[in-house]
Design a protein around this ligand. Structure first.
Ligand SMILES: NC(=O)C1=CN([C@@H]2O[C@H](COP(=O)(O)OP(=O)(O)OC[C@H]3O[C@@H](n4cnc5c(N)ncnc54)[C@H](O)[C@@H]3O)[C@@H](O)[C@H]2O)C=CC1
Ligand SMILES: CC(C)CC(=O)C(=O)O
Ligand SMILES: [Mg+2]
Length: 372
């Protein structure tokens, strides 16, 4: 298969983790005889520095004319700490999502067997967790009208949803539930918010079309607690933009690190693949950022194009790295010198030699010990 992939590394650790995902995709292309081409684009603060815009026209043109996008992260403390900045890195990411109409952000959350003791949550509470979060991505409060009074003392952000915006992602979430454990939980705040009441009404209306799916509803405050107490009760979670943003970072605690959580942002015409984490600025260029979220985002990209065997090999490599403690410090208590790029090297090597299960892995020198 021939795939043109736009790579948008962005800011902070974005370039480091994205480089590992590209490394893995290149290995897959060689192993399976595919032609993957990569074209880089500027986004976020990196783009503002060079062009004055967080989403330059040139980047947008690349993204509109590609098969898929691989996104890193955007954001810097300089902008985080300057509420008056009119041009902001986030405009790059939000602009891409809106312009390409990437309305469904799918965030899988899994408790890996080999990492159960890495989570601060009790092992017996999280074992077996397998959740798919469907987060609406192009509307709601992040995109509603923003107002600041002339005297600068009153501000508001509008949370607005239309029937069409709710229906299209709800259909996707119901269909996903049909292929899983057939349970869909709509998370909202329908006791307070008019927009949440519209979500409930529309999702209830669609339910009879998916009679094999059990639909339930949960308020976001309770859901935040239930996710920690008993995450296994969830199968597919459907929710609006901001609740989904927050609850998925919370859910990453189940897996042991946010550096593991990948996502796919899907629209009718375009698809972007991105870790759920941000620019993790204090880790920039230290080689400590976990690249697995980005590598698993590449696996989601492969699956999006029906390359299931290829994606399975990437996932196998990730599993192997976790089992053998070839992980960055966020997860590693055994070795203290496994860097971002060493994790990528290991998974690349695995893809090149999947049969070599003992992995006489010469690329990695673990201080005193070497894995044999
Ligand atoms: N998709 C995106 O591009 C996002 C961008 N941001 C931006 O990123 C910047 C930093 O935001 P924060 O709120 O600190 O969120 P963050 O996700 O960048 O970092 C929060 C914490 O998560 C952990 N973490 C994140 N990525 C990791 C990785 N790859 N490996 C290991 N640990 C990791 C670290 O402990 C870090 O302190 C801000 O400018 C923010 O606006 C935040 C979230 C998403
Ligand atoms: C700019 C933010 C909305 C990015 C973020 O936190 C996310 O999408 O998870
Ligand atoms: Mg977020």
């Amino acid at each position: 298969m021939k795939l043109d992939i736009a790579v948008l590394p962005g800011d902070g650790v974005g370039p480091e983790v994205t480089a590992e995902a590209v490394k893995v995709l290149k290995a897959i292309a060689i192993q399976f005889d595919h032609i993957f081409t990569f074209q880089n684009g500027l986004v976020g603060a990196a783009a503002i520095d060079k062009t004055g815009s967080a989403l330059p026209e040139e980047t947008l043109t690349i993204c509109k004319n590609t098969d898929a996008l691989l996104f890193g992260a955007i954001g810097t403390p300089e902008y985080d700490n300057n509420p008056d900045a009119k041009v902001r890195p986030e405009q790059g990411l939000l602009g891409l999502r809106k312009t390409l109409d990437l309305y469904a952000n799918i965030r899988p959350v899994i408790a890996y067997e080999s990492l159960l003791n890495k989570s601060p949550l009790k092992k017996e509470n999280i074992i077996g967790t397998d959740i798919s979060i469907y987060r609406e991505l192009t509307s709601g409060i992040y995109f509603g009208e923003k107002r600041l009074s002339e005297d600068g003392n009153i501000a508001s952000d509008l949370c607005q949803y239309s029937r069409e915006e709710i229906e299209r992602i709800a259909h996707l979430a119901f269909k996903a539930a049909q292929t899983r454990k057939r349970k869909l939980t709509l998370i909202d705040k329908a006791n307070v918010l008019e927009s949440s009441r519209l979500w409930r009404k529309i999702v209830k209306e669609l339910a009879p079309k998916y009679a094999d799916v059990t639909l339930d509803f949960m308020f976001i405050d309770n859901a935040a607690m239930q996710l920690i107490i008993n995450p296994r009760q969830f199968d597919v979670i459907l929710t609006e933009n901001m609740f989904g943003d927050i609850i998925s970072d919370e859910a990453s605690v189940i897996g042991g690190s946010i550096g593991l959580l990948a996502s796919a942002s899907i629209g009718e015409k375009h698809a972007m693949f991105e870790p759920i984490h941000g620019a993790y600025t204090k880790a920039t260029n230290k080689g400590i950022a976990n690249p697995i979220a980005s590598i698993l985002s590449a696996a989601l990209l492969l699956e999006h194009f029906g390359l299931f065997e290829e994606a399975a090999l990437v996932r196998e490599g990730v599993d192997k790295s976790l089992k053998l403690h070839i992980t960055t410090p966020d997860l590693n208590t055994k070795y203290d010198n496994i860097s971002t790029s060493k994790v990528g090297d290991f998974i690349e090597d695995f893809i090149n030699n999947p049969e070599e299960t003992n992995l006489n892995f010469t690329n990695i020198h673990l201080g005193q010990s070497t894995i044999i």
